[in-house]
Write a protein that binds this ligand. Structure first.
Ligand code: SF4
Ligand code: SF4
Length: 190
């Protein structure tokens, strides 16, 4: 991974007067350790991303805009909230960049700065997911979906796929708990 270079803090490609935030890439690197300047825009991440079809900015464009310091545009995008954190991009990147971590850092910055998620339901899902992990050490899918649906008042979408998953034994009614839940809680405390 290339180290962060202060001299590259303002991209020569940013047009004069454009709304850039020259510290954005450093903020990202401080949170997740990834240097967005390592990306050379091959597009491998986007080609393999299972969520790219629903994004308003493709994953490689998120990287490019982060390089250019287009913080407001990145934080206002749907893409950072639709990223499922599957890490396909990280395994495909020839530059060894974990774009999944960059997406996560952008979500953290957006939440810290009180930027509303364009996909408000996705934010609710993230919060419920983390709450489940905090309680059980892992997500309990049925509990997660019940809470999510109650909070979003979206009771009927995905019902059929939920029933199919239940019939195939993929959904347990009783939450399973992992060992080391105390350690997980400590991590949340930090
Ligand atoms: S795969 Fe890596 S180098 Fe290629 S565009 Fe995506 S982040 Fe950039
Ligand atoms: S981690 Fe996010 S950006 Fe990367 S491939 Fe998965 S959904 Fe796409």
């Amino acid at each position: 991974m290339l180290s962060y270079d202060e001299k590259q803090d303002v991209s020569p490609l940013a047009s004069p007067g454009s709304d850039i935030n020259s510290k954005f890439k450093r903020e990202i690197q401080e949170i997740c350790g990834e240097n967005v300047m390592s990306c050379y825009q091959c597009g491998e991440c986007t080609a393999g991303c299972p969520a790219a079809f629903g994004m308003d900015i493709s994953p490689n464009q998120v990287m490019r805009m982060a390089q250019l310091g287009m913080k407001d545009d990145v934080l206002a995008s749907k893409s950072i909230w639709l990223c499922a954190g599957c890490e396909t991009c990280a395994t495909r990147c020839p530059r060894g960049v974990a774009l999944s971590r960059v997406m996560d850092a952008c979500r953290q910055i957006a939440m810290k700065e009180g930027k509303a998620a364009k996909e408000s339901n996705v934010l609710t899902f993230h919060k419920e997911f983390l709450r489940q992990v905090q309680i059980h050490g892992r997500a309990h899918e049925v509990g997660l979906m019940a809470l999510y649906k109650t909070r979003t008042r979206d009771f009927f979408s995905d019902v059929l796929s939920g029933v199919q998953m239940f019939l195939k034994g993929k959904l347990g009614l009783i939450p399973s708990r992992v060992k080391g839940r105390a350690e997980v809680r400590k991590m949340f405390g930090k």
